[in-house]
Design a protein around this ligand. Structure first.
Ligand code: MTE
Length: 339
């Protein structure tokens, strides 16, 4: 494991901050002895992967969607991780509903409407729930967590998310004993999402984008429903108004702009598994020992300061470094066949 992430805990600070002030909070944590030094990254060379998720274009797009400031409880999740600059988190994206290029989501989503919104929790529950846009921001205690994100394409970012544990929402819905899996669905609205209106723009995906977790994965403390990042509500290109963040799995599990969460007995279908079953499994746990059929998963380009093209390589880590928190979920499982 590259960096040890402390267990959930709180510190006394009540305002969330934009990137500029974020760094001073980290200095305070350092003085309190909470932050440990990050390990040096091993320089590794690896041939460029064939990037099936689209190009690496880093154009400068206008970010004009208005985000609102959010207040959230800080946590010490990832307090010692180097941040990916906010600008990169906002402009280098995968969101095929808005196009397959890395810059397409920011360019094509700035007029996306996120309020009103309805997120429904249905299926094997005693208490089905329907959340409005306001509920998403107010019903649960919001927490800020800096997580690593590792894309299956072998690049990574460290992002300060704001959100609440998916487990809090599922507990409120009161699952039946027969519930074993959780299915997620993105909004289907081809008028607003050009990738859903055209197979060409949307990369040939059969929309809506769907994802799934086992119920125990969904209930794990790390699993976050995010409504914001860098101190503000989410931008459309990052999955506004609410998206999943499962930091020990490849990024494609972290489904964006969710409208449905459905509890069920059997394993649900997932978008990338439907598209290329032998390349993208249901589990999709970050695992440097199990390569993608077309490229190595042993290392990743960390997107930090500087040009995306010159980003440094670092070794990838089992469960993306969250082994302490999640390894027990997979005890006795063959993680090579359950990729
Ligand atoms: N969710 C939907 N609905 N559509 C997508 O195309 N892309 C996934 C995931 N969630 C995707 C999605 C992939 S491949 C990744 S790596 C992450 O979102 C990227 O999240 P980010 O753009 O906020 O960094």
């Amino acid at each position: 494991m590259l960096i040890r992430v402390p267990k959930k805990s709180e510190i006394k600070e009540h305002e969330l901050t934009p990137e500029s002030v974020y760094h001073s909070r980290r200095d305070i944590l350092k003085k309190l002895g909470i932050v440990t030094a990050t390990l040096p990254f091993a320089a590794q060379s690896q041939a460029n992967i064939f990037d099936i998720f689209g190009g690496d274009d880093e154009k400068k797009a206008d970010v004009i969607f208005e985000r609102s400031a959010l207040t959230a409880k800080p946590s010490i999740y990832g307090a010692d991780l180097p941040l990916t600059p906010e600008k990169k988190v906002l402009t280098y994206n995968n969101f095929y509903e808005f196009g397959t290029g890395k810059n397409d989501p920011v360019e094509n989503s700035q007029s996306f409407s996120v309020d009103p919104w309805k997120l429904e929790v249905t299926g094997l529950v005693n208490n089905p729930i329907s959340l409005t846009y306001d509920d998403l921001l107010k019903r649960f205690t919001l927490e800020e967590r800096l997580y690593r994100m590792r894309c299956v394409e072998a690049w990574s970012m460290n992002i300060p998310w704001i959100g609440f544990s998916l487990g809090d929402l599922i507990r409120a819905a009161d699952p039946l004993g027969s519930a074993k899996y959780v299915a997620f669905e993105t909004l289907y609205d081809p008028k607003q999402m050009p990738g859903q209106a055209s197979q060409f723009v949307g990369g040939g995906i059969d929309y809506p984008y769907v994802e799934g977790l086992r119920l125990d994965e969904a209930m794990n403390d790390l699993t976050l429903l995010s409504v914001g990042l860098y101190g503000q509500t989410l931008a459309p290109q990052n999955g506004a108004p609410v998206r999943l963040v499962v930091p020990w799995k490849y990024g494609f599990k972290s489904i964006k702009s969710i409208v449905k969460i459905h509890l069920l007995e059997s394993q649900p279908a997932t978008t990338w598994n439907l598209l290329a079953r032998h390349e993208y499994g249901f589990y999709a746990n970050v695992n440097p020992q199990v390569d993608h059929p077309r490229w190595s998963q042993g290392s990743e380009r960390f997107i930090g300061e500087g040009s995306i093209f010159s980003s440094r390589r670092q070794p990838s880590t089992m469960f993306n470094g969250y082994q302490d928190e999640v390894a027990s979920l997979y005890k006795g499982m063959d993680l090579r066949s359950n990729y």
